[in-house]
Design a protein around this ligand. Structure first.
Ligand SMILES: Cc1ncc(COP(=O)(O)O)c(C=O)c1O
Length: 395
């Protein structure tokens, strides 16, 4: 129950086989796909990606947002875009703002670029704007604002908490960042990671920060076809304002001079044919079902002191144990869970090293992505007693 892998049984094997037949169906299309492409990636997929995000955002024409094909960079998973953004904007010692908690792989990028992270609290509406302002004020007071470069936000069904940040909060965050730019002496960007956006199974669509005032100039939109289609294809995309678009294109040229043309052509066909949309619909139903199975099992097996989120999408539950019950890598709870055959992601891994607060160590990310309903029932039935035992030992 730890991995952020997607549901095995829904991976679109048949669709991909038929699409590959089309790609390789004639010498002309086959040869195009098997030749090097361009650094920015297949023109049709860039156009389709722009249309796709505009449709999700409820925006009609490309004139209304940054979301146009000529600002679209196709990447090797959205992971590459995250990495290249840090590479482009940050120098060692620079500061990035992150949600508290945040996506732990981003924390790896922060570490590898020798950056400092400052954590901004969240509530059930997403990023806490009052705390964001407080953090920005503190940086200003300490003369550190010049080192601040961006706010990283996993805005939809966040990994790890499954919280979605409302549109109003995103617009508010952009406004706040803007108001500190003069003191920073440079633009402050919002890196919006939308990895789970399409895995929504309850509620309505929330527009991206691209459509908020100032979004065209300051939002870097990181999207992916991994989670909603097939993680193995590793196709992601970004929409970037200039001059960042040009800078990241140059960095990508140094990394790999373009993602796999073959896979980009495959994705383009999946989108253009409507197979992609059908697949996403199927996934939503599947995850809604598995989330319900997990919620029911947790209600049955977890002790009453455990609080958890109730996801409307994505792949995760986030459970908070009583504070005295440690869930970290070195905890007896983690060890006992492994002995019982269950793994979760210890919450402590999702917290940045922020000197202004102690890292919480009493939470867990529990995924319903890869496990089957039977495995979910069994896993939670095993995890519940281990948590109870740890809570009793602390009492
Ligand atoms: C929040 C978040 N962002 C980005 C990614 C990277 O996904 P990919 O590179 O497959 O697009 C993941 C993968 O789990 C994720 O959870």
């Amino acid at each position: 129950l730890a991995a952020g892998f997607t549901d095995e049984s829904t991976l679109p094997v048949q669709d991909v086989r038929e699409l590959l037949d089309q790609v390789l169906g004639s010498s002309r299309t086959g040869r195009t796909a098997l030749q090097y492409g361009t650094t920015v990636g297949d023109a049709q997929l860039r156009e389709l990606s722009a249309e796709h995000v505009r449709r999700l955002d409820g925006v009609r024409s490309s004139g209304e947002s940054t979301c146009s094909a000529n600002r679209c960079l196709l990447t090797n998973g959205s992971q590459q875009l995250l990495y290249m953004t840090a590479e482009a904007l940050c120098d060692p010692g620079d500061i990035v703002l992150v949600e508290d908690p945040t996506y732990f792989v981003w924390l790896g990028i922060v570490q590898s670029h020798r950056l400092c992270a400052r954590a901004v609290r969240m509530d059930e509406q997403g990023l806490d704007l009052a705390h964001l302002e407080e953090v920005l004020q503190t940086l200003k007071r300490n003369g550190e604002l010049r080192r601040l470069k961006l706010l990283y936000l996993v805005s939809y069904f966040q990994n790890p908490t499954s919280i979605t940040t409302t549109f109003e909060r995103k617009a508010g965050a952009l406004r706040l960042l803007r108001s500190f730019e003069r003191a920073a002496g440079h633009p402050l960007f919002l890196l919006e990671d939308t990895a789970y956006r399409e895995l929504r199974f309850h509620g309505g669509e929330v527009p991206s920060a691209l459509t908020a005032p100032g979004g065209q100039e300051r939002v870097i939109y990181a999207g992916t076809y991994s989670k909603p289609f097939a993680t193995g294809t590793r196709v992601g995309f970004g929409f970037l304002p200039e001059p960042l678009f040009t800078v990241l294109t140059r960095i990508k040229a140094n990394h790999d001079f373009g993602s796999s043309n073959f896979l980009l052509q495959l994705l383009a066909r999946a989108l253009a044919s409507g197979r992609y949309d059908r697949h996403v619909q199927e996934l939503r139903e599947r995850y809604a079902g598995k989330a319900a199975v997990m919620a029911k099992a947790m209600n049955r097996h977890f002790p009453p002191g455990v609080l958890r989120t109730n996801p409307d999408g994505g792949l995760y539950f986030w459970a908070s144990l009583p504070r005295s019950v440690k869930s970290g890598i070195r905890s007896s709870l983690f060890r006992r869970s492994l002995e019982a055959g269950v793994m979760y992601v210890p919450g402590e891994l999702c917290y940045a090293d922020d000197p202004s607060r102690r890292k919480p160590n009493h939470q867990m990310r529990i995924s319903f992505g890869a496990a089957s309903p039977e495995q979910i029932r069994l896993g939670i039935a095993r995890l519940g007693p281990v948590i109870k035992e740890a809570a009793m030992a602390e009492a």
